[in-house]
Every structure is written in C-alpha cells, then in structure tokens.
Design a protein around this ligand. Structure first.
Ligand code: BG6
Length: 477
C-alpha cells in the first residue's frame, strides 16, 4: 500500500446543505417567492408533489442542528442563502428579517468554532425576476445578482471567509433549459447557452466585487463535476469522450478559470447557430473574475460513446424521430452520448459509485487549472431504515464516504491541493425531485411525504463514524 500524505491540520471537515432543501418557513418573515416555490406547485413535477414549504424546518431548528454539528466536531458548514429572504422581489429594498436570520446562523456557527461556507446561489431564483425579464435569460440578471452578492459580502464578510458563488451552474441550466425537469422548465438549446453566458458574467462580476469587500476571503463556484470516460478504446469512442469532456466540463471550467470558451465546442455551436451572443468587453469581465478555488460537487463519472447524427439529444429524445429513448441516455447528435458503465456498482437511484473517478477527475483539474479544490459536495442518497431500537445503520453510506475520502487522500498525495470536504448532507433534506425518501444525511430527520413526521433528529451510524474521522484528522480511514 503506497504511503499517503496525511490530511493537512487545517483541513475543513465539513457538511453541506442548501436553503430550499432545509429551511422551510417558505413564506415567513417577509420572504419572497422563488421559482422553486412556484414550480413544486405544478402537479407532477416532484415526487408525490413534495415541496420545501417545511423542508426539515431548519429555519426554526438551526440551533438544534448546529449543536449536533458541534457534538460531531464539524469544522465547516456549507449553507446557502435564500435570495428571496434578502430581497423578496430579487432587488429593491433589503429585508432586514432575512439578514437577521443568516446573522444568527453565522454567529451560532462561529460560537461553536465551525467555519461558515456561504453559497450565494443554490437555485432558488426570485420569481419576481423570472417574471420581469426571464431571470437568467436576460443580461439584467448580472446587475441584480451583483447587488445581491454585494449585500451579502457587506453584511457577512466580516465573519464569513469562504464563499461559493453559483452552485452547479451546469446542472441548473441543463435541467432548467435542456431537459425541462427544473424551473423554468424550458427546452431550448440556444437559450441554454445564452443563459450560461449571463451566469458566467454574473459569476465573474460577483467575484470581482468580492475582492473589494472581503479582501481576506476566498471565493469560487461549485461545479457538478462528472469526469468523462470513453466506453471503449475504439477511436470513435475516444473522440466522443473528448467531445463530452469539453462540452460538459471544460465549457464551464475554462470560462471560470481562464475566461474563455473552449474552441472546438465554440465552433460547433457557431455551425449550429446556437453560440451565445457575446457583447464587447464580455471576455475582459470574464477574465477579471478568476476564482480562488474550484468547488467540486462529485457524485459519479459518466461514460460516453459515439452518437450518430440521428442519435439521442440532451433531453433524451432521438434527433431523427423525436421519440423518447429507451434508456436514460442523453447526448449531442454527432458528438457523444452517455452509456452505462458495467464496471461500476450503482446506487438504488442508478448513480455510479466510483471513488477512483474522483481521483482521476482531481488529477485532470490539477493539470488543466492548478487551483486549490474544495470538495463542496459528495455523499450517498439512499433509503434509510429506522430499526426497532431507533438506530439507523447506514454502513453503505460510511463505505461510500470512506472510499471517496481515500480517493481524496490519494489525489492529495498526487499533488492536488484540497482545502476541505463537505459531505452532502448534514441532516436529511429535501431532494429536489425525489422528495424525502432519498436521504443523504448523517443525521436522520423524521420527515416524510405522508404518515407520521414529527421532524425529530436521530443520529445515524455515519454520524458517529464521521465524528471519529474528524477527531483523528482522517488518519484512521
Ligand atoms: C447536487 C445539488 O446536484 O446534488 C444538491 O447541489 C442535490 O442540491 C444533490 O440535492 C443530490 O441530488 P439529488 O437529486 O439526489 O437530491
């Protein structure tokens, strides 16, 4: 067994969440309506119509949750701010009650020596901005996002030193504008790239502002990173894999780090007439917003093979017939399509389990971008069972997290700088489309779509295991 570098002394052993998924209190203290508050009310959009009106009630129980974090010895907690608590209509007058809530949350974390990591945007766009100008579809979003971000920097920047700008831009835009599974439920490839261009600009502008208000802080976007594999050693599959790597990963990462779009993908979009409209000066803005670190949300790798011109599209339909594919395959005709990787075990939600893939991905990021990495999400969504004695023996989750932490340690040994690791998630929470049955927490929350749900917290076996890992700074994996 090769000798591994130990985890650094100041490693941020963390856990993560997002406002809509934990807070609840959806219309309290003058909070405005977000696109998720609206979307979940459309019949058939979420599992059994589940919504985040109550979620796991963290808005009222944050003290209890933080005391559990303290008991665990957690070093960092990543949470997101609900834009609609700060600006109920996305802009205009600031809502003091919203600021008060996050001030209390941050102070409580600091009291327990837990480093706050604040995500500015985790998908809950103010509905008012969607209604007024289509949200991310308009360049107006750049100014409103900047203003909202600056408010957070001014209010919380004295105590919050780690910031995540946008959470998984690649996912919220894909699901919002290609598959229509998330709000605003649109399928339009041209708009997809345009929306992304605006989000890139908003991200860069916010990072540039950040330097003025929190000069001693660190900021970066969190990317849903799914490293690509080729399905075989056939040259056409290797080409498909290269296409996918650029189209699904470097399209965003190159912009974040270098302020430019990768060439081959750009040429492809131009040929198709769906390249984003870029204004003069955009690329200088993008180059001025370089992050301090890359946030990596890692769940799985994706394997790709050749996709014929009549093949499957990003919404899982066939280009030539318009019919839905049999598998959950997606792709870009002529470039690549996804295919199952039979070498990997899968979860009950058919997600690949691939800790080595994380090491592989981190090595690629090291070579291409060279920035420090914050693993801002990683974890296992599963059905959990409360035993008769009240315990939850989630050994599968322990195995999953342990294997990924080992892969991280291997990547560190390879030379990747990793500043922390946030388990998704601390408590169970609302899985956007899967309700409360798909659980990620180290702490169980008795919350269900139906039946008895008193919201009580129960520590899972993984809670005690992670506590032990933290205590030993990862030396006992
Ligand atoms: C990430 C998101 O995509 O994955 C989280 O940042 C999300 O908000 C997590 O909950 C797990 O996804 P899911 O669909 O299993 O809840």
């Amino acid at each position: 067994h090769e000798r591994l570098k130990p985890f650094p002394k100041n490693f941020l052993w963390g856990a993560a969440s997002a406002a809509y998924q934990v807070e609840g209190a959806w219309n309290e203290d003058d909070k405005g309506v977000s696109i998720w508050d609206t979307f979940v009310r459309i019949p058939g959009k979420t599992f059994k119509g589940t919504n985040g009106d109550v979620a796991v009630d963290n808005y009222h129980r944050y003290k209890e949750d933080i005391s559990l974090m303290a008991e665990m010895g957690l070093k960092a907690y990543r949470f997101s701010v609900a834009w609609t608590r700060i600006y109920p209509n996305g802009k205009g007058e600031v809502n003091q009650k919203g600021l008060d809530f996050y001030n209390k949350l941050i102070d409580e974390l600091i009291k327990h020596k837990i480093e706050p990591i604040c995500t500015i945007y985790h998908w809950d766009l103010p509905q008012a901005l969607q209604d007024e100008y289509g949200g991310w579809e308009s360049r107006k979003i750049i100014e409103d996002f900047k203003n909202y971000s600056v408010t957070l920097f001014k209010e919380f920047g004295d105590r919050v030193k780690y910031w995540v700008s946008l959470n998984e831009q690649n996912i919220f835009t894909r699901l919002g504008y290609q598959t229509a599974l998330h709000p605003p439920g649109v399928k339009d490839d041209r708009l997809f790239f345009q929306v992304n261009h605006h989000a890139n600009l908003a991200n860069a502008v916010a990072i540039k502002e950040f330097r003025k208000y929190v000069p001693d802080g660190k900021i970066g976007p969190s990317f849903a990173y799914s490293p690509a594999y080729p399905a075989s050693s056939k040259p056409e599959d290797i080409l498909a894999f290269e296409n996918a790597e650029e189209f699904t990963n470097h399209w965003w990462l190159d912009i974040y780090v270098h302020g430019k779009y990768p060439k081959a993908t750009w040429e492809y979009l131009e040929r198709k007439g769906i390249a984003p409209k870029v204004e003069e000066g955009d690329f200088s803005i993008l180059q001025e917003g370089k992050p301090d670190f890359l946030g990596v949300n890692y769940y799985q790798t994706t394997t790709y093979e050749k996709n014929p011109l009549g093949g499957v599209t990003m919404d899982g339909h066939f280009n030539n017939t318009g019919k839905k594919g049999t598998a959950e395959d997606i792709g870009v005709p002529g470039l690549f399509k996804t295919v199952a990787n039979e070498n990997l075990e899968r979860t009950n939600w058919d997600w690949n389990i691939d800790p080595q893939g994380l090491r592989i991905g981190l090595r690629r990021l090291l070579n291409l971008y060279g920035l420090p990495i914050l693993i801002s999400e990683n974890g296992l969504g599963e059905f959990d069972q409360v035993e008769k004695d009240g315990s939850i023996r989630d050994d599968y989750r322990i195995d999953y997290i342990r294997a990924h932490l080992k892969a991280i340690q291997e990547a560190m040994t390879d030379g990747v700088e990793i500043i922390g690791y946030c388990v998704w998630s601390f408590t169970d929470l609302l899985s956007w489309l899967n309700g409360f049955q798909k659980r990620y927490g180290l702490v169980y929350v008795n919350q269900h779509e139906e039946g008895e749900h008193d919201l009580r917290r129960i520590k899972k076996k993984s809670f005690y295991w992670y506590k032990d890992v933290i205590e030993n700074n990862g030396s006992n994996l």
